[in-house]
Design a protein. Structure first.
Length: 211
């Protein structure tokens, strides 16, 4: 079983809670037998922003034309991201809520894998997902409390990733969210500690889809 962990926080684990969630998950996942564990660090990869360079690269490739440097880079980066995503049985996203959304590098990764004819297709009744067999685990940290009715509409990180995965046809989504540790400093240690235990428990989901 192939497990891909998309790491989307370049802060050290001593400072970034989602970075610590990633490390805790990896440590626990390494104890699970029968899985191949791979990390795709979106901050370590060369990932040019998605835009016209990508479309130029795709068009030139179809025509057999020579690509310039940026076109070669973005085509290689998007292919690497797509190959890693498609090869995975379970995809784990470890990321923070930054400025009420996801980090830009994670957005670029999603832009690379959001491709008609591969992860979804258009139909007369709207888009249909093409990878419903995959599982997803979301590991997210946010300093504020976004579970209240007032704040929930402002949360555009977990909601966004979940909606994209749903569009791809993925329904088996596990969420582990640590929130409020900055908003409630008197309970921060308890909040983070309890959350890390849930991160450990989430590795129990690393079983084959058809098991």
């Amino acid at each position: 079983m192939n497990v891909l962990v998309v790491k989307a926080n370049n802060r050290p684990a001593t400072e970034g809670i989602s970075s610590r969630m990633y490390e805790v998950f990896m440590e626990e996942a390494r104890k699970v037998s029968g899985i191949e564990l791979n990390t795709f660090d979106v901050f370590a990869e060369d990932m040019p922003y998605f835009g016209q360079d990508f479309f130029n690269a795709m068009g030139k490739t179809a025509q057999g034309a020579e690509l310039n440097d940026i076109e070669q880079r973005i085509l290689a980066a998007s292919t690497k991201a797509m190959d890693a995503f498609m090869a995975a049985d379970t995809v784990v996203f470890a990321f923070p809520l930054w400025n009420q959304t996801i980090p830009a590098a994670l957005q670029t990764f999603i832009d690379y894998i959001y491709r008609a004819g591969v992860t979804f297709k258009y139909t007369e009744n709207g888009p249909v997902g093409l990878v419903p067999e995959k599982k997803v685990i979301i590991l997210n940290a946010r300093g504020g409390d976004y579970s209240t009715p007032q704040m929930a509409p402002l949360e555009m990180s977990v909601n966004y990733v979940r909606q994209i995965m749903n569009l791809f046809g993925i329904q088996q989504i596990e969420e582990v969210i640590i929130e409020g540790h900055n908003q409630y400093p008197d309970r921060a240690e308890e909040i983070v500690s309890e959350g890390m235990e849930r991160v450990k428990a989430s590795t129990g989901k690393l079983s084959p889809v058809h098991a």
